[in-house]
Write a protein that binds this ligand. Structure first.
Ligand code: FAD
Length: 541
């Protein structure tokens, strides 16, 4: 079936390139080769929807479920060769917020729901030249499937994670892929050795730091603009067996961030026992939140009452608490020393003494922790709601101003969803990638992961209220000179995009004209809309 589709698309491509036909995606579909191409309204509807659920756009004309990189190439070649190129976007698992994986009127390449995954997955191997293990996986694989695969093939696991594993490899590599391990290992884009990419011209290109490095680094954090990742070579390590997971509370923001920054400064510790493996944190602007959906850590039968913590410190921050979250990985062979090692690390911190919460669990259960919360939310009908999320990178030198203005200011004492805050080391990020971070060695992720709950009866939980509040936060940063960079960025004008990319903008434009000169790819990101409308009319004239 896959071969049929490649053949069919190839014939159309030859037709178009020979006689210069204008083709739109539905023309491809009139010759439907089978299950790989769909115009089923429910498929089109699903492909125009995402986790954010903030808006609906025009649906694509077709959804393609590729069975190989050649299928992806055939779609892109067909569009590129057309006198009037049509948009093509890769869709990972559709967990974007602002329609980034859409292709209104074009073709969505559904990377996850094809049959390519298992066939494209390699057996993990050890590379003496890299000095470590790696695995080759399909770009549409979910990280949970990569984990299960590497565990069952040698007891290995990727080194760098996202908090949630039901995201695709290609989707997170197009952004960065961050979690509490990033301070030590860097983001996921720092833990990939090689990619196969299909460019906007339909060329299938293998790239790495040494081979086609411009495309390699351009695609990493490149928001799907230069090509579709069909294969990624991911760095692995032997998977630990268990995790000691610790949470401690602070009422003093300065003490909290000082301790977080101290912990991430240990990234280069000579021995693993001298640092934690994961460092994150979250803000508790209202007490209800300490037992919220991501706090699967605490048993519901034993909820935490902040009033019971006996905090004698001066809490000048309007009743806000900050939770520092750390883990140490260990195996049976190191189980004997884990208590002392954790105790030694905790001794260096200044949290509220009565606020230490500890649990112990298998490594896989820790990595997959958010999925458990997802299942609970789904059962209550609270997963498929609108998610006006805002993710920001904030320079460490300005995080206290951000705290005063946002956590203790704009948010009031209400929020509907977790607020993550944790620092990372910039030198663990490769400046050659497309992602942009603040211009300081230490910067924080602040993730306002809020859900709109229109039926709650509270205006502060409506989509409109939360969206306005996000804008207020961005305006506040602008006016106060807090030089934030959006993570999973979303802008409406090209001047905002140019400002976002800063010194990287020029290279971004150059790579676009080299690898996707007809502006076919990733139109859902809204970066090149204005240019592409000019270009597509000039291309077709
Ligand atoms: P999609 O949303 O489908 O696509 C995202 C973008 O990437 C689109 O522009 C798309 O065109 C492009 N794309 C997709 N696949 C490819 C490919 N193969 N090649 C080229 N371009 C491609 N992020 C973190 O970093 N850390 C977290 O801890 C984290 N937790 C999350 C938890 C939840 C519950 C959710 C909903 C999101 C979370 N994210 C996190 C954000 C996540 O990284 C992004 O949503 C990302 O886009 C991955 O989602 P996806 O695979 O569904 O990609």
């Amino acid at each position: 079936m896959a071969q049929n589709m490649v053949l069919l698309l190839f014939v159309i491509y030859r037709l178009i390139s020979t006689v210069g036909l204008t083709v739109d995606p539905t023309a491809l579909l009139r010759l439907n080769p089978g299950g790989q191409l769909s115009t089923d309204p429910s498929d089109l509807d699903s492909a125009s929807w995402d986790f954010g659920g903030l808006s609906r756009a025009a649906p694509p004309a077709a959804v393609v479920r590729p069975s190989s990189a050649a299928d992806v190439s055939a779609v892109l070649r067909a569009s590129h060769a057309s006198a009037r190129a049509f948009p093509v976007s890769a869709r990972g698992h559709g967990h974007s917020i602002n329609g980034q994986a859409r292709a209104p009127g074009g073709v969505v390449v559904d990377m996850h729901h094809g049959v390519a995954s298992r066939a494209a997955r390699g057996i993990p191997v050890f590379s003496p030249s890299l000095g470590g293990y790696y695995v080759d996986v399909w770009g549409g694989d979910l990280w949970i499937d990569v984990l299960n695969w590497t565990l069952s093939n040698g007891g290995l696991a990727p080194k760098s994670w996202t908090d949630y594993l039901y995201l695709t490899v290609g989707g997170t590599l197009s952004n960065a892929g961050i979690s509490g391990q990033a301070f030590h290992h860097g983001p996921q884009i720092s833990n990939v050795y090689e990619l196969d990419v299909v460019t906007g011209k339909g060329d299938m290109v293998t790239c790495s730091e040494k081979e086609n490095p411009e495309l390699f680094f351009g695609v990493l954090g490149g928001l799907g603009q230069f090509g579709i990742i069909t294969r990624a070579r991911i760095a692995l390590e032997p998977a630990p067996q268990r995790v000691r997971w610790i949470r401690v509370l602070y009422s003093n923001f300065t003490a909290f961030t000082k301790d977080q920054e101290h912990l991430i400064s240990l990234h280069g510790a000579a021995h693993q026992s001298q640092r934690f493996d994961y460092v994150e944190g979250f803000v508790i602007v209202d007490e209800g939140l300490i037992n919220n959906w991501r706090s699967s850590f605490f048993s519901p039968r034993n909820p935490v009452k902040i009033s019971s913590l006996g905090d004698n410190n001066n809490n000048n921050n309007g009743g806000i608490f900050y939770c520092l979250e750390m883990t140490r990985n260990y195996d049976e062979s190191t189980a004997g020393s884990i208590d002392q090692e954790v105790e030694a690390l905790l001794k260096e911190l200044e949290f509220i003494p009565t606020s230490v919460f500890t649990t112990d669990l298998p490594y896989v259960d820790f990595l997959d922790r958010v999925h458990k919360a997802e299942l609970k939310l789904r059962a209550k009908g609270l997963w498929e709601v609108a998610h006006p999320w805002l993710n920001l990178f904030v320079p460490a030198s300005q995080i206290a101003d951000f705290d005063r203005g946002v956590f203790a200011g704009i948010l009031g004492n209400k929020t509907t969803g977790p607020i993550l805050i944790y620092p990372m080391n910039k030198h663990k990020w490769d400046e050659r990638s497309s992602v942009v971070t603040p211009d300081e060695e230490v910067f924080y992720l602040v993730a306002l992961l809020r859900s709109a709950l229109p039926d709650s009866g509270e205006s502060t939980q409506s989509l409109e209220y939360l969206s306005k509040q996000n804008q207020q936060i961005l305006d506040f940063c602008d006016e106060s000179g807090i030089e934030v960079k959006q993570y999973l960025p979303h802008y409406r004008t090209q001047s905002d995009w140019a400002r976002h990319f800063g010194p990287k903008w020029e290279r971004f434009l150059r790579l676009k004209s080299e690898f996707d000169p007809k502006f076919i790819l990733g139109t859902g990101q809204g970066i090149f809309q204005s240019i592409s409308s000019i270009s597509s009319s000039s291309f077709s004239s």
